[in-house]
Write a protein that binds this ligand. Structure first.
Ligand code: GDP
Length: 445
């Protein structure tokens, strides 16, 4: 499972972080374990082998940078190598859908999330790109599947091709094509039938449909939890139908980062989107950095370190991280973070990168926190005395009033800020305890 990979890797890095310098033997030992861990995470053998080789080449002869530990350095090298493998060409999530009406063929096995993803993507195209989308279900063997798409269409406000009983998939496709042209649609999406496993009849059917429309994009939807099976499915579909990209679903669960890695390396096709839940909004563009972070099992801590190093003095970042890892997190730290958040693209962007903070990022979004809010919060903290910042529990009602007034805000705003600080410092404490001896601590040492 996914956890094995992260645990194993962090075990390796734990050992490295405890050592003073990075010897060639260290690298070799570490990489041997990385390889085993990758295999256990369902990464195919050739992919794991190539990956380790690439890392070895990069690591060998690299001087250990001052101010970071050898462990950190290897984490970074492994991380960068993961990204190299995961990265496809072009913009992530970009689709070739100019020249309306552009057909998108959705293919995959039954239960992989094809219908759900069709609707999610339609919603995304409609809302983010202002496209007029028509969806059509070709799953004539399962009337329930056709109904499902129609219901989802209603839910998201996207048209579906009316269901005509007794029509075969090719006839439906022709009707969809005509309707898309006549109706002035930008995109029409064909949700092909799925099967429990790949069979000849399914492939012939999809081929016939493909030949009617010449799809601009053929997206394979596969369950990211199925690991190596997902990769085989992708190979099969690509051979027969020719796919232009992959959507990995169920990456919200204990998704195996390994599947993404193999998928990319074996098929050479870009992973365009990932499904992150059952809701219609739970579709995101594939971000190699994020998946690499998950494979490493350190949230996107590497990215966090990188960004921190870019924007603030490395030392300052390290001190902050160390304090965070120890569960020491006062208002000064919060202020510094708020300032950094503004620099780093807002609160959500930052929280999304921290392990265990994904949920809070959502809360932040729901609460409508933005840069303006961040600035107001900084103003509140600035109105506090040094002592109060170090120990916000000290604040009495009368002081709260003064502080809020001083910052031109309400006491309720200050209370919110204090609540957030409390929640964050609890989270930091938990993070500090995470893993053997505190993973964050290890990573930051
Ligand atoms: P299809 O047979 O390939 O069309 O699969 P469906 O679209 O009907 O999806 C099967 C089930 O998986 C449904 O219950 C979906 O809600 C669920 N599902 C689809 N994508 C995701 C995802 O990204 N995450 C989670 N947790 N569930 C998903």
């Amino acid at each position: 499972m996914f956890e094995n990979l992260s645990e194993r890797l962090s075990g390796v890095f734990d050992r490295l972080t405890k050592q003073g310098a990075l010897s060639e033997d260290d690298v070799k030992t570490a990489l041997r374990e990385v390889r085993v861990a990758l295999l256990e995470a369902d990464v195919s053998l050739p992919v794991a082998r190539d990956f380790v080789k690439a890392v070895q080449e990069q690591a060998t002869g690299q001087a250990v940078t001052k101010s970071i530990t050898p462990g950190q350095q290897v984490v970074k090298i492994v991380h960068d190598a993961l990204i190299d493998v995961l990265k496809g060409e072009g913009e992530p999530g970009a689709l070739k859908i100019d020249n309306p009406p552009a057909p998108i063929l959705m293919v995959g096995l039954q239960g992989g999330g094809k219908t759900t993803t069709t609707a999610k993507l339609a919603k995304r195209l409609k809302e983010r790109e202002g496209k007029r989308v028509l969806m059509a279900s070709l799953d004539v063997n399962r009337p329930a599947a056709m109904e499902q798409l129609a219901i989802l269409g209603q839910q998201i406000g996207v048209d579906t091709l009316p269901i005509v009983k007794g029509e075969d998939p090719v006839a439906i496709t022709k009707r969809a094509k005509t309707q898309a042209g006549l109706g002035g649609y930008d995109v029409y999406m064909l949700d092909t039938a799925g099967r429990l496993s790949i069979d000849e009849e399914l492939m012939q059917q999809v081929e016939a449909v493909r030949d009617v429309v010449t799809p601009r994009e053929t997206l394979l939807v596969v369950d990211g939890l199925t690991g190596q099976d997902a990769v085989h499915t992708a190979e099969n579909f690509d051979e027969r139908i020719g796919i232009s990209g992959v959507v990995l679903t169920r990456m919200d669960g204990d998704g195996r980062g390994g599947a993404a890695l193999s998928m990319r390396a074996v098929t050479g096709k870009p992973i365009k989107f990932v499904g992150l839940g059952e809701k219609m909004d739970a579709l995101e563009t594939f971000e190699p950095e994020r998946i690499a972070g998950r494979i490493l099992g350190m949230g996107d801590i590497v990215a966090l370190v990188e960004k921190a190093q870019e924007t603030i003095e490395a030392e300052q970042a390290e001190r902050m991280m160390k304090r965070m890892a120890k569960g020491q997190f006062n208002m000064n730290d919060l202020k510094m973070q708020l300032e950094q958040m503004i620099k780093m693209g807002g609160m959500q962007g930052m929280m999304g990168m921290m392990p265990g903070m994904g949920k809070m990022a959502k809360q932040v979004e729901d609460a409508g926190l933005d840069d303006k809010m961040l600035k107001q919060q900084i103003a509140l903290i600035q109105s506090m005395t040094k002592k109060e910042r170090a120990n916000p529990q000290l604040l009495q009602a009368s002081r709260k009033k003064r502080i809020a007034k001083g910052a031109g805000m309400e006491v309720s705003d200050l209370n919110k800020l204090m609540k957030m600080h409390r929640q964050m410092s609890d989270m930091m404490k938990k993070m500090g305890k995470m893993g053997k001896g505190g993973m964050l601590k290890q990573a930051m040492k």
